[in-house]
Design a protein around this ligand. Sequence first.
Ligand SMILES: *Cc1c(COP(=O)(O)O)cnc(C)c1O
Length: 369
Amino acid sequence: MTTDTAPTPRPGALAIDAYVPGKSRAPAGVKLHKLSSNETPLGPSPKAIAAFREAAGSLEIYPDGSSSALREAIARAHGLDPERIVCGAGSDELLSLLASAYLAPGDEGLFTEHGFLVYKIAILAAGGAPVVAPETNLTTDVDALLARVTDRTRIVYIANPNNPTGTYLPFDEVKRLHAGLPKSTLLVLDAAYSEYVRANDYAAGIELVSGSENVVMTRTFSKVFGLASLRIGWLYGPEGVVDALNRIRGPFNVSGPAIAAGAAAVADRAHLDAAVAHNSEWLVKLTEGVRALGLEVAPSVANFILIRFPKDAGRTAADADAFLTSRGLVLRAVGAYGLPDCLRLTIGSAEANETVLAALAEFTGKSRG
Ligand SMILES: *Cc1c(COP(=O)(O)O)cnc(C)c1O
C-alpha cells in the first residue's frame, strides 16, 4: 500500500456507473412534456403544498430526527405500528442504507436483469458483489433468483411492480421467493408503484413483513404522491432491521418541510384516488393505442409503459426518441437497463398522452383508427 498517492476510493466505488436521471429538456419553442421520470401529472395534494409553505416559517430549527409525525401519519393510513417504520431521503436512501447495513465486503446482493438501477449502485457502494438473475418475459423469475442464491447472498431486491418494465409478480410468487430464501437473507420489496396497481393477486408485502424477520417493504412519496423533489421514502420492516437502520442513518435524514408535506399528503385519500383513477384510465388507453400502431408494449400495472421499437434503420428506439424530443415529448431511453430497443413512457396529462399518441402515429406512418 503506497501512502504518497491521492486518496483512493474503496473497491466497488469506481465500478459504479453513476445513475443518469431522465432528461427534462425540449428544443426551444416547443411545449415540454416531461414523461421520463414517472412523475405524476396531477402534482401533489394541495394540503401537502400548504403544509410545506407553513414549514417555511421555521427553517432555522432542526427537524424531528425520528420523523414521528410522518411515521404516525403513514401508520394511520396503512394500519401499521409506527415503531416499525423508518423514513428516509427518498426510498433510494433506504435502499442504500439496507445494503450498507447488511453487506460485508464480498457478500452478494441479488436482483433481476432489468431491475431498478439503484440496487446495483447500492450493492457496489457497500462493497458487495452484484449478482443478476435473468427475467422471463420482462418479469421477475422466482426460480431464476432462487437458483442464484449462495451462502454469501445477504440481500435480494425486487421492485414490484418493476421499473422500467411495469410488470409485476403475483403475491403468491413473492411468498414462494421468500419461502425459498435462507432465513439470514434479507428480502427487499420495493413497492414504489404499489398504489397504482389494480390486480387482485397483487400485494405490496405488508403481510409478509409482519409475519417474518427477513422481509422489508420500501415505499416512496415521489410517484403517486407527487413529492419527488422533497425526497421522502419510508420502509416497513422487522424490529431488527429498523434498529440497524436507525443506527446507521443520518440523525436528521428527512427535512422538516418533507415531514410536514408527507404527513399531509398521505392523509389526503381523495387526491390519491384521483391520481390512481387518472392513471388507470390512461394506462389502458395508451397501452391499446400504442399497440394499435404495431409497437409492442409490455403489460404494465404502474404509471408508465415500456414500448419496444423495431431494429430497422429509421424506426429504432433512438430514432423515435429523437423524433419525439423534437416535438417536446421527452421519454426515457433504457439502454442502461439492458433494453436498448425500448423507450419508457410515463403516463402524463390527457394533453400529453394525446400528443404522444399522435406523434407516434406520425412516426410509425400509421394513422390512428
Ligand atoms: C422511483 C423509484 C423509487 C423511488 O425513489 P425515491 O428515492 O423515493 O424518489 C424506488 N424504486 C423504484 C423502482 C423506482 O422506480
